[in-house]
Design a protein around this ligand. Structure first.
Ligand SMILES: *Cc1c(COP(=O)(O)O)cnc(C)c1O
Length: 380
């Protein structure tokens, strides 16, 4: 199937699960916990919704198709997906992680994975090669690119080549760009994770997570973990993500265009000391992103010159909502130090340049002039 990604977002649904014979253009919500068997030793392919559900299977096939993976597995949230991936490892295994990650993943690794006996080693993959940190016990490298919130860019092909030469798995959390703009499996990664809550759903109304596997063996292991742990995506939520994906291409294009405008506008403001957006030619990861992604996304981070301005801004913004999360149609502003990164130790925040003057924008799809007017009235 040679369709381009924008077409796939809309039409993969018609090519996926075929259990429905009504011709429904929008895939039905199979709100059933269990499925009847025709006879002894027979199955329709559906037994119980923790194992398989047609609506969930449909969204899994669509997401796997967008990432060109062998299989996709849908979870009840992005963190459920990350947690399931960590179940691939055993006590004593070392997992190399990037220094700048979603705060919830940092908490999972330090509060749970380490307690379970994994050795989690943090390095800055945007700056250093993981080669020197690989031991006989090392099993995987886990990162996001661009990172959250500092927008560091990791060269996916470079890291996967090193990982492959040592037999390690490369796991990429691709939430920030979505499969519309970046496909890590095509660059050599083994597993791709999405918080479907963000761009895939796109409307800030549903929690979801996905793991897309590049090999049948990994897919089988993760299906086993998923049915055993049980943090699966509900039929209704699967449908909401299916619906969200239909406009993924349009939303990403518009949000990205708005993000460019805002990044350039903020750069001109005297109150702003730093704008970190990989689409700006001065960004250190700009060249790598041009090589490995089809765009720069709609997340940007900026630093104001005074902590007091943070309070003022967060109080005064009217259209732009002060809320956690990202990837929806609404523009949201986040204060990482007290929100997404509240559980990250102070010295790690400092190492990553996250201070009390840093704010993150998830740019939505509103009219750009209204967004700029809102920022202007709040900053001035
Ligand atoms: C939000 C997010 C997660 C966690 O996803 P939830 O759906 O909130 O559980 C993981 N990684 C990244 C990059 C995220 O932005």
């Amino acid at each position: 199937m040679a369709y381009r990604v924008a077409t796939k977002c809309i039409h993969l649904e018609q090519q996926g699960v075929t259990c429905d014979r009504s011709g429904a253009v929008s895939f039905p919500i199979y709100q059933s916990a269990t499925f009847a068997h025709p006879g002894l030793g027979e199955s329709t392919g559906y037994d119980y919704s923790r194992l398989q559900n047609p609506t969930r299977q449909q969204v899994e096939e669509v997401v796997a198709g967008l990432e060109s993976g062998v299989d996709g597995i849908a979870f009840s949230s992005g963190m459920a997906a990350v947690s399931a991936v960590m179940e691939l490892f055993s006590p004593g295994d070392r997992v190399i992680i990037d220094e700048d990650l979603y705060g919830g993943s940092v908490r999972l690794f330090s509060a749970i994975s380490e307690k379970n006996g994994l050795e989690i080693l943090r390095i800055n993959l945007a700056k250093e090669s993981p080669e020197a940190y690989i031991t006989g016990q090392t099993k995987a490298i886990f990162f996001e690119t661009p990172t959250n919130p500092m927008m560091n860019v990791v060269d996916i092909a470079k890291v996967t080549a090193i990982a492959k030469s040592h037999g390690l798995l490369t796991i990429v959390d691709n939430t920030f760009l979505s499969p519309y703009l970046q496909n890590p499996l095509a660059l050599g990664a083994d597993l791709v994770i999405h918080s479907g809550t963000k761009y895939l759903g796109g409307h800030n109304d549903t929690l979801a997570g996905f793991v897309v596997a590049g090999t049948a063996k990994l897919a089988e292991q993760l299906r086993y973990i998923s049915k055993t742990i049980g943090a699966v995506l509900a039929p209704m939520d699967s449908w909401l993500i299916l619906r969200g994906i239909k406009t993924l291409a349009l939303r990403m294009e518009k949000a990205q265009q708005n993000a460019f405008h805002i990044a350039r506008w903020l750069e001109e403001r005297p109150e702003v000391v730093r704008v970190i957006y990989p689409g700006l030619p001065g960004h250190p990861g700009h060249g790598i992103m041009k090589k490995q992604a089809r765009g720069f996304g709609a997340m940007l981070t900026f630093e104001v010159n005074d902590k007091k301005l943070v309070e003022k801004l967060l109080q005064r913004l009217k259209l732009i909502l002060f809320a956690e999360s990202l990837g929806g149609v609404e523009t949201l502003i986040t204060y990482p130090i007290t929100q997404t990164h509240a559980d990250v130790p102070a010295e790690r925040l400092a190492e990553n340049g996250i201070n009390d003057r840093v704010l993150r924008l998830s740019v939505g799809i509103e009219d750009i002039s209204d967004l700029l007017a809102d920022l202007n009235q709040a900053l001035s």
